[in-house]
Design a protein around this ligand. Sequence first.
Ligand SMILES: Nc1ncnc2c1ncn2[C@@H]1O[C@H](COP(=O)(O)OP(=O)(O)OP(=O)(O)O)[C@@H](O)[C@H]1O
Ligand SMILES: [Mg+2]
Length: 259
Amino acid sequence: LKIVLKIGGNEIDDAGFLEKVSQLAADIIENHHKLVIVHGGGKEITNLLTKLNIQTKFVKGLRYTDAHSLDVIEMVLSGSINKRLVKYLQQKKVDTIGLSGIDGNLLVARKISREGEDIGLVGEVHKVNTLLLEKLIDQFTVVLSPISITENCTSLNVNADYAAAAVASALKSELVIFLSDVPGVLKDGIVIKNIHEKEYIEMKKLGIISGGMVPKIEASLQALRGGALKAFITNVEGVHGTIFETVDNKTFIATQVLI
Ligand SMILES: Nc1ncnc2c1ncn2[C@@H]1O[C@H](COP(=O)(O)OP(=O)(O)OP(=O)(O)O)[C@@H](O)[C@H]1O
Ligand SMILES: [Mg+2]
């Protein structure tokens, strides 16, 4: 299988979490699957921006990005977090290459607004260097920072969920998994097993789904429309079931997004 795994940034500085994720990657590779890991970095980005006295705000789940913020975001995502993941995976003997969307024009993006609101230097991916990515995943696990490149060769900040969707679509991956700090899409504290677009729209209207969960579900839908076969939202505890189907239906906790 070609598996795209998006890892959220909320726990990416936690040694226990990194240990679990890298062991998961090792298990995936041992089972002869191909793997691309796309990562976020929300919490660490906010921490560094705060230290540097740069204001940070979110517009409908997306971070408003001015030029100063973009410098910092790129440092954190394509620098410290990307290389941290590479080191953890290589410690598990997983042959890994860490890149950003800039390298080899892996992710080419253009600037977007969010529901009519300006959000600064934020983009959406409109072209993936699929040929290069296919070649790379034959030999390596690719760890990909979502910072993308424009046609004019400048950087844009792309939400990692959407970047993962673009990668999953380009590869027509059998499985795209959004790992976050929640076990799935929650309603009244309970994980919803399946969610269709219609229910998503309804739950978003009611405020049951908000913040960072919005891009995650939209990205899942984009990936499925783009040709990915299955999309799950879960946490590191729930992910094993989605890939290895090692747990029964009762203990299996994850949300499958359906179109
Ligand atoms: N119905 C919901 N079910 C579960 N989580 C929800 C829901 N509505 C909103 N959320 C929020 O969405 C968050 C997950 O998105 P968030 O963007 O914070 O994490 P991430 O995407 O994993 O990390 P990053 O943005 O750094 O890549 C949850 O922690 C929760 O606060
Ligand atoms: Mg997010």
